[in-house]
Design a protein around this ligand. Structure first.
Ligand SMILES: Cc1cc2nc3c(=O)[nH]c(=O)nc-3n(C[C@H](O)[C@H](O)[C@H](O)COP(=O)(O)OP(=O)(O)OC[C@H]3O[C@@H](n4cnc5c(N)ncnc54)[C@H](O)[C@@H]3O)c2cc1C
Length: 544
C-alpha cells in the first residue's frame, strides 16, 4: 500500500478513515487456483462465472465449429497477412519529433526503440518505424525497456505479467537479430547514458499519456545529446491521439465522428518486423531476469493470477477464442456478468502485448458481420481512444478537479448529504459491505484481477455512496482498480472511475441525494439486467 497510501494521503490528508486504514494490515490476496483448471490454451475461457448463467441463450452454432478451425489458426493467418503487407507505408502522422533534429546522427552505431507502453514486437508501429530508419541508414536495431522499481499502484500481479511478457519480447528480438536490453531504473536516469555509451544515432519511443511516463519522456529528452533524434510514435491508438483531436473531447459523441472519418486512413494492415539485416558489433547481454525481478520494489502480497497467461502468444489465443466463441454474444450479453461475452483482452491491451489495431482488423475480418462487431469496435476504438484523449489533454485526469463544472457543482451541492452507510477502506477492500453484489464484484477483482465491465460501473458508484466525499470515493476506486486489476494504471481506468464518480463523458441526470446529477445505479437495476443471485453465489458462497 506504500504508494497508494502516499497518493491517498496527498489527496485528503484530514480523512481519518483513510489515515487509520493506511496503518492497518493489508488484506492478503490469493488467486483461487481451484477455479482455473479448465483446458489451457483458450485463455479467456478459463474465466469463471456464475454456473447457471453459463447456459447460453438459444443461438446459432459457433462460427468456429462451422469453419472447423484448428486451434492456433489466428496466429498463422496473421503471420501471412503481415508478410503480404510489406508494401504498406508507415503513416508519418503517427510520428512526432521531440528533438530539434530529425536526422540520424552520422557515424552512430545503431537505432534504438525505447519500448515503454507497447510491449510487443509485431504489430508495433514504433518498432516498424525504428526498423525502417535503421534499414535506411544500414544500422543495427536495438530495443530497450527501462524497468523502474515501481510503477504507480502496480503490484507484483501486474509487474509479473509485464516482466513475463518482456521475456517473450527478448526471445522474439533475438530471433530477428534485434538487440534487446533491459535497463534497471527510470528512463530519465538510465537511458541517456545508454544512448551515449552505445553511440545510438536515433531514439524512437511509443506514447503513454499518463503523467509519469510523460515525465520519463521529458527527462530523457533533457538528457539526450542534441544531435541524436528523438521521435515518438503512437503505437497504441489506431488513430494517433494527437491526430484524432487537438483538444479534450466532451464525450464519445464528439470524438466518434472524428475517429470514424480517419479510420480508413489508419486502420491498415501492419507490415512484418523482419529479421534485421545489420548486426550489432557489440550484441546485447542476455537479460538477468532474476535480477530484474528482485530490483522491483513493489507489493508482493497481491498474487499473480493464473487465468491470464502473459505475452503476445496468449493474447492471440484469447483473441482467437473471442472470435470463435464469445464475439457473437457481445452485442446482446456484454452487460451480463454471468455470461462469457466479453473479449477479456484488457490485460494484454493495457500491457501492449497485443495491438488494438490488430484486434480490430481480425474481429472485422473473421467475425461474422453484425451488431456484435459494431459494438465491440465502439468499445475498443471509440471508448478506448477517448480515454487516451482525456488523459492526454486533462492534467487532472484522476482528480475531481478534472471533472466538468456541472459535475463539480452538483457534487459540491450534495457533499453534506447524509450517506446511507459509511464503510472504511478495510471493509471495502475485504468486500465486507451490506451489499452482496458489491462484495462479490470486489472479490472477483481481488481473486481474479479483473472485474466484469458492467459491474465496474456499479462498483465505483457505490463507493461514492458509501464514503464521506467524492474525492475520497475517487481515490479509493482508483486505488483498488490500480492495485488489483491486471489492466489497472491505464487511461481506461482513470476515465472509468471519473465517469462513475464525476460524470466525465456523461450528462446530468435527475438529481438525487449524494449523487446529485451524476448518473445513479442501484441493486434493483442490476437485478433487472442479470441473475444477480447467481453471481453472488459464485463469488460469495454461503448464507444469503
Ligand atoms: C470504474 C471502472 C474502472 C475501469 N478500469 C479499467 C482499467 O483499469 N483498465 C481498462 O482497460 N479498462 C477499464 N475500464 C473500462 C472497461 O470496463 C474495461 O476495459 C473492460 O471491462 C475490460 O474487459 P474486456 O477486455 O473483456 O472488455 P471488452 O468489452 O471486450 O472491450 C474490449 C476492449 O475495449 C476497451 N474498452 C471496453 N470498454 C471500455 C470503456 N468503457 N472505456 C475505455 N475502453 C474500453 C478495452 O481496451 C477493452 O479491453 C473501467 C471501467 C470502469 C467503469
Amino acid at each position: 500500500m506504500r504508494h497508494g497510501g502516499l497518493r491517498l494521503l496527498r489527496l485528503f490528508a484530514p480523512s481519518y478513515t483513510l489515515q487509520r486504514a493506511l496503518r492497518a494490515p493489508r488484506t492478503r490476496v490469493r488467486s483461487d487456483h481451484r477455479q482455473h483448471q479448465d483446458r489451457r490454451p483458450a485463455v479467456a475461457d478459463q474465466m469463471p462465472a456464475g454456473k447457471q448463467a453459463m447456459k447460453r441463450p438459444a443461438q446459432r452454432p459457433p462460427a468456429a465449429a462451422k469453419r472447423r478451425r484448428v486451434e492456433g489458426w489466428l496466429e498463422r493467418e496473421v503471420a501471412e497477412l503481415r508478410r503480404a503487407a510489406n508494401g504498406v507505408q508507415f503513416n508519418e502522422k503517427r510520428l512526432r519529433f521531440l528533438s530539434d533534429t530529425k536526422k540520424v546522427k552520422q557515424g552512430s552505431q545503431g537505432v534504438l526503440y525505447w519500448m515503454c507502453r507497447d510491449q510487443r514486437v509485431q504489430d508495433n508501429w514504433a518498432l516498424i518505424y525504428a526498423q525502417q530508419v535503421a534499414r535506411a541508414e544500414k544500422l543495427p536495431l536495438h530495443v530497450c525497456f527501462c524497468l523502474p522499481p515501481q510503477f504507480l499502484e502496480a503490484t507484483i500481479r501486474q509487474m509479473g505479467f509485464m516482466l513475463k511478457g518482456l521475456r517473450e519480447v527478448e526471445k522474439e528480438c533475438s530471433s530477428l537479430e534485434i538487440q534487446f536490453h533491459l535497463l534497471l531504473g527510470a528512463a530519465g536516469e538510465v537511458l541517456p547514458d545508454f544512448v551515449k555509451d552505445r553511440k545510438m544515432g536515433a531514439v524512437v519511443t511509443d506514447f503513454f499519456p499518463l503523467r509519469l511516463p510523460l515525465q520519463w519522456v521529458e527527462d530523457t529528452k533533457k538528457g539526450l545529446p542534441s544531435d541524436v533524434s528523438f521521435a515518438q510514435v503512437d503505437a497504441h491508438n489506431i488513430v494517433p491521439c494527437w491526430v484524432a483531436s487537438d483538444k479534450q473531447e466532451y464525450s464519445a459523441r464528439t470524438i466518434r465522428g472524428k475517429i470514424t472519418k480517419l479510420l480508413p486512413e489508419f486502420l491498415t494492415q501492419l507490415p512484418l518486423v523482419e529479421k534485421h539485416p545489420h548486426c550489432a558489433s557489440i550484441p546485447a547481454k542476455p537479460v538477468d531476469w532474476e535480477g530484474a525481478w528482485t530490483s522491483m520494489k513493489v507489493d508482493q502480497t497481491v498474487e499473480e493470477v493464473e487465468w491470464a497467461r502473459p505475452g503476445s502468444a496468449a493474447a492471440f489465443a484469447t483473441l482467437e477464442s473471442f472470435i470463435d466463441l464469445r464475439l457473437r454474444d457481445f452485442a446482446t450479453h456484454r452487460n451480463n456478468p454471468n455470461c462469457k461475452a466479453l473479449s477479456q483482452l484488457s490485460p494484454w491491451l493495457h500491457a501492449g502485448q497485443v495491438s488494438a489495431q490488430r484486434v480490430v482488423l481480425e474481429v472485422k475480418r473473421c467475425g461474422s458481420r453484425g451488431p456484435s462487431v459494431d459494438s465491440f469496435v465502439e468499445e475498443v476504438v471509440v471508448r478506448r481512444e477517448l480515454a487516451d484523449n482525456f488523459c492526454f489533454y486533462n492534467k487532472d485526469y484522476d482528480r475531481v478537479e478534472g471533472a466538468y463544472e456541472w459535475a463539480r457543482k452538483t457534487l459540491r451541492d450534495h457533499a453534506k448529504d447524509p450517506r446511507p452507510h459509511l464503510y472504511s477502506l478495510q471493509e471495502l477492500e475485504a468486500g465486507k459491505t451490506g451489499d452482496r453484489l458489491w462484495n462479490a464484484a470486489q472479490i472477483q477483482l481481488l481473486k481474479e484481477g479483473k472485474m466484469h465491465g458492467f459491474l465496474r460501473m456499479y462498483w465505483a458508484k457505490k463507493i461514492l455512496e458509501w464514503t464521506p466525499s467524492p474525492e475520497e470515493a475517487l481515490a479509493i476506486a482508483l486505488y483498488f482498480n490500480d492495485r488489483y486489476s491486471l489492466d489497472g494504471n491505464d487511461p481506461n481506468g482513470y476515465v472509468g472511475c471519473m465517469w462513475s464518480v464525476c460524470g466525465i463523458h456523461d450528462q446530468g441526470w435527475r438529481e438525487r441525494p449524494v449523487f446529485g446529477k451524476i448518473r445513479y445505479m442501484n441493486y434493483a437495476g442490476c437485478s433487472r439486467k442479470f441473475d444477480v443471485p447467481a453471481f453472488e453465489r459464485h463469488y460469495c458462497p454461503g448464507k444469503m
